[in-house]
Design a protein around this ligand. Structure first.
Ligand SMILES: [Zn+2]
Length: 298
């Protein structure tokens, strides 16, 4: 976990406005209680959670965002891991951590995606330029998932990139991934100050061959085999579990606000907004594939 945090810190190098916080700002069921009164950049509660069902390896997201200063970036986030998984691959930790800093979810509020006609399109200029440069397709948009609701890059094209919706185990049991300049650039599109030096050497060879325009590549077939979709049963169970967590968070929040109102004015007026009961990312596993999915409260 510390490794994943250090990796994110090497990607995001700029300072964000400080934000005040109290223990009331985090859901009552979190094990983390050491939230500082002033949050410098971001605070992420990382916990082992033995209440996670077998099929959920981990969850991620954020509870509070800065609000009203032209900056919608999160400052309180969370990652929960299932203790029954012996070794959480670094790909899973880093993937969830990117969601905790807003990857995929703040895009819509920042006007970076248009989902009016599926698949949605991403319009952030920095990430689009990186994709065009790596793929050699000088006018292409970043391929987005056909079915996912717009929180990842398209799997069939970006393949081994960290922020596609599926992480596939290799034959040796490892979970290979590449953190590309495209993902780092999308953090720049979101308003973070970033360091591209933190990227892995992701090239067009890590992409599906149908979405590169590099004429020096001669491949008759795609070297990536198609990845099976999640079963309907797992999808159903995961959505039900996610909604249950969101309901619990909403109830806890309402209880806290009720207590809070007795003492001081509503907390959300200080340039922040609580969104912890709106959505949650789950990392679920079936066979040798881990699927990252978002569950919303409606
Ligand atoms: Zn994801």
């Amino acid at each position: 976990m510390q490794q994943a945090a250090s990796r994110i810190e090497s990607v995001i190098v700029g300072d964000l406005p400080d934000q005040s916080a109290t223990i009331d700002d985090i859901p009552a069921h979190y094990q983390c209680t050491d939230i500082p009164s002033t949050i410098d950049d971001m605070w992420i509660c990382n916990q082992m959670d033995d209440s996670l069902p077998d099929f959920v390896e981990g969850t991620g997201g954020y509870d509070s965002v800065r609000f009203g200063e032209g900056n919608l970036l999160p400052y309180i986030g969370f990652i929960s891991l299932n203790p029954s998984v012996a070794n959480h691959p670094s790909a899973v930790l880093l993937h969830e951590m990117f969601h905790s800093v807003g990857f995929g979810t703040v895009w819509i509020f920042m006007g970076l995606i248009d989902s009016s006609t599926p698949p949605c399109s991403y319009s952030g200029s920095a990430a689009t330029a990186e994709f065009q440069s790596i793929s050699g397709c000088s006018t292409a948009e970043i391929p987005m998932p056909e079915t996912d609701s717009c929180q990842h890059w398209g799997e069939s094209c970006l393949q081994e990139e960290l922020m596609t919706p599926m992480l596939v185990d290799a034959a040796d049991g490892s979970t290979p991934f590449q953190l590309s300049r495209i993902t780092i650039a999308s953090l720049q599109d979101m308003g973070y100050q970033v360091d591209y030096g933190a990227a892995d050497p992701y090239t067009s060879a890590n992409m599906g061959s149908s979405c590169t325009c590099n004429s020096r590549r001669f491949r008759r077939d795609d070297h990536f085999s198609p990845i099976p979709a999640m079963s309907d049963e797992l999808q159903r169970k995961a959505v039900a579990y996610g909604r249950q967590v969101l309901t619990k968070k909403r109830q806890q929040r309402q209880r806290r606000l009720k207590n809070h109102f007795r003492h001081k004015p509503q907390h959300d007026s200080d340039g922040s907004k609580y969104v912890g009961d709106q959505f949650i990312f789950l990392m679920v596993r079936e066979g040798n594939v881990r699927y990252s999915m978002i569950v919303t409260n409606s």
